[in-house]
Design a protein around this ligand. Structure first.
Ligand code: NAD
Ligand code: NAG
Length: 313
């Protein structure tokens, strides 16, 4: 089952997740890191994770963990990592100079149809692709943490990116089981963080107005909005909560605007308010329990992902 080769630059949290996603569908993966200690840690951790997922019934793909492990190699040689790859996923820390340096290096080594994707969370590719010959091959492919269990991927081309690079990237993401969306042009925060910050801003403002406490704010999502958002988005919610979206606007637009007009300007997530919220968190999820809680979160998300696959669309 010869699939193409995928190159992963950076073997941290996100690089490791991307590697496992591509392995699950039988792609060969070559992973590069400048830090040999990090690379050795990834070489140990990725097989361990795949085995653990398999024993929990959470392994993605049709092939066994052992077969997947055989498909990955680790290298400290950048050129060797890139050689013959069809797709490169950059996963180095979120620093503009670093992204620029990697994409300059890629520009020299890549072929004309290689896809050069960055996992950047906040940096648009126009900020590091300028003057590069292969700017047309470059784009942002932004995953959501933890990518192995949360499939959304934001694809953001720059105005230089060739349309077929965007199309091919979207097809590849679908093929490996992710859920891609495509932004038509660059915008700060992309889509997910713009929506996430809109929610966080209102949470923060309600805490500052002393309307409700941390636990109850999170409950609004966990037991309310989040229950349906795992299956239907906010726009479909409008459509279903009336006789269609037009009828919804007829009935509720004026009321919604009245509420929205009372919104405060965006807050700074200030330390005094954070400390106030931390009174709750330090008691219920102290820092030494974060790792345990993250594992629990990942298991919940894996179960939810499974449930969503079982339910007919
Ligand atoms: N962590 C998240 O929740 C998340 C979610 C989506 C996107 N991202 C984005 O993914 C990218 C990577 O984040 P992460 O959380 O995996 O970081 P990380 O710190 O876990 O890993 C970064 C890795 O890059 C390596 N590295 C540093 N310089 C390098 C170089 N010049 N060449 C090759 N490797 C190099 C480091 O040794 C490290 O192993 C960032 O742009 C981040 O914004 C992160
Ligand atoms: C892919 O990995 C398999 C298993 O290690 C190996 O036999 C094969 O040569 C690799 N193919 C490429 C193109 O690297």
């Amino acid at each position: 089952m010869a699939r193409g080769k995928i190159a992963i630059i950076g073997s941290g949290l996100i690089g490791g997740s991307w590697a496992m996603i591509f392995l699950s569908k039988g792609y060969n993966v070559s992973m590069f890191d400048v830090d040999e200690v990090q690379l050795a840690a990834a070489q140990k951790k990725i097989p361990e994770n795949l085995k653990r997922f398999e024993s929990q019934g959470n392994l993605r793909g049709e092939i066994s963990a052992d077969e997947q492990i055989k498909l990955i190699t680790f290298t400290s040689d950048f050129a060797e990592c890139i050689k013959d790859a069809i797709y490169v996923q950059e996963c180095v820390p979120e620093k503009l100079e670093l992204k620029r340096k990697i994409f300059e290096d890629l520009d020299k080594l890549c072929t004309d149809d290689m896809i050069l994707a960055s996992s950047a969370s906040c940096i648009a590719s126009s900020r590091f692709n300028y003057g590069l010959k292969h700017a047309k091959n470059m784009l942002i492919v932004h995953p959501v943490n933890p990518p192995y269990f949360v499939p959304l991927v934001e694809i953001i081309p720059s105005d230089q990116t060739r349309p077929e690079i965007v199309t091919k990237t979207r097809q590849l993401m679908e093929e490996v089981g992710q859920a891609p969306i495509t932004l038509k042009k660059e915008i700060i925060g992309f889509a997910l963080n713009r929506i996430q910050y809109a929610i966080l801003n209102e949470c923060w403002n309600m805490v500052q107005a002393d309307l409700l406490n941390a636990e109850d704010i999170d409950r609004v999502m966990v037991h309310g909005l989040g229950m349906r958002y795992a299956f239907i988005g906010p726009l479909e919610t409008m459509h279903l909560n009336a006789e269609g979206i037009v009828n919804y606007c007829d009935r509720y637009a004026a009321g919604a605007l009245k509420v929205s007009e009372t919104f405060q300007p965006p807050p700074l997530y200030d330390i005094p308010t954070a400390e106030k919220l931390n009174e709750y968190f330090s008691e219920h999820i102290p820092l030494e329990k974060l790792e345990e809680r993250r594992k629990w979160r990942d298991e919940c998300l894996a179960k939810l992902a499974k449930l969503k696959k079982e339910i007919p669309k």
